[in-house]
Ligand binder design. Structure first.
Ligand code: CTP
Ligand code: CA
Length: 224
């Protein structure tokens, strides 16, 4: 669908976008995290704002600047991200782009853990983090449109479809993040849009172009 330049079809709508990684502390100086620059999530937040949406961006620790024209809430851990997202409900649109750490350390140490030279370190005891997308997809105040991402290194379509179902999303943007694709940390992305209507494969695009197209698709889904 092609939108007129300057059209603001999301005027009057609100959106929450998560972006970046989360950091799960091991001790005051060490953490567990996923690789994520925040570029794709921040670009989507900016594209939704350009179409007129009132956007709240919930960002994990990233080095890129806060986009203009929206509120950015800064968080560190998955638990903080969930709290920030639920604090913004109700909302019309939720796009969960963050690379949330799947696990956190059960009890992070108050003091820096010292290495014992020549000795193996104690194993870290991990526990599962809350699934923000799944929580929002099944929430009593579920947004009208819930969009998730699926970062996969294999079986992109099958895993993407499973996530659509499991997380209660309307749409999953699935991408192959295996190292040879250069998607991680890069400027380009090649995604498949998975929904109940089927799968749409987009060509190789810049992350800004993916964001533009996704924002336009979201606007058309909400209007139609
Ligand atoms: N997600 C989330 N909260 C989590 C984990 C994932 O909100 N604790 C969201 C991501 O932002 C993304 C989607 O769920 O929109 C899929 O994330 P992904 O890591 O691909 O899926 P997982 O369900 O965590 O499964 P796995 O990592 O095992 O593939
Ligand atoms: Ca995950």
């Amino acid at each position: 669908e092609i939108l007129d330049a300057g059209a603001r079809p999301l005027e009057g709508r609100t959106a929450i976008v998560t972006s970046g990684p989360t950091h799960e502390p091991i001790d005051p100086v060490r953490y567990i995290a996923n690789r994520s620059s925040g570029r794709q999530g921040h670009a989507i937040a900016a594209a939704l704002a350009r179409l007129g949406a009132k956007v709240t961006l919930v960002s994990g620790p990233v080095t890129i600047p806060d986009p203009s024209g929206m509120t950015t809430l800064h968080v560190e851990t998955a638990s903080e991200m969930l709290e920030a997202v639920t604090s913004q409900l109700p909302t019309d649109i939720a796009v969960m782009v963050a690379a949330v750490a799947d696990w956190r350390v059960v009890t992070s140490a108050d003091q820096k853990i010292k290495k014992q030279p020549g000795e193996a370190p104690a194993a870290l005891q991990l526990t599962e983090n809350p699934d923000i997308l799944k929580t929002i997809g099944h929430h009593a105040q579920r947004p009208q449109l819930v969009v998730g991402f699926a970062a996969e290194t294999q079986n992109v379509e099958a895993y993407g479809r499973a996530k659509l179902e499991r997380k209660g999303a309307d749409m999953i943007v699935a991408n192959d993040v295996s190292p040879e694709t250069g998607v991680m940390g890069g400027n380009r992305n090649r995604v498949k849009i998975i929904s109940a209507q089927g799968i749409d494969e987009w060509p190789d695009l810049s992350k800004e172009e993916v964001a533009e197209r996704l924002a336009a698709l979201i606007a058309s889904k909400l209007s139609g």
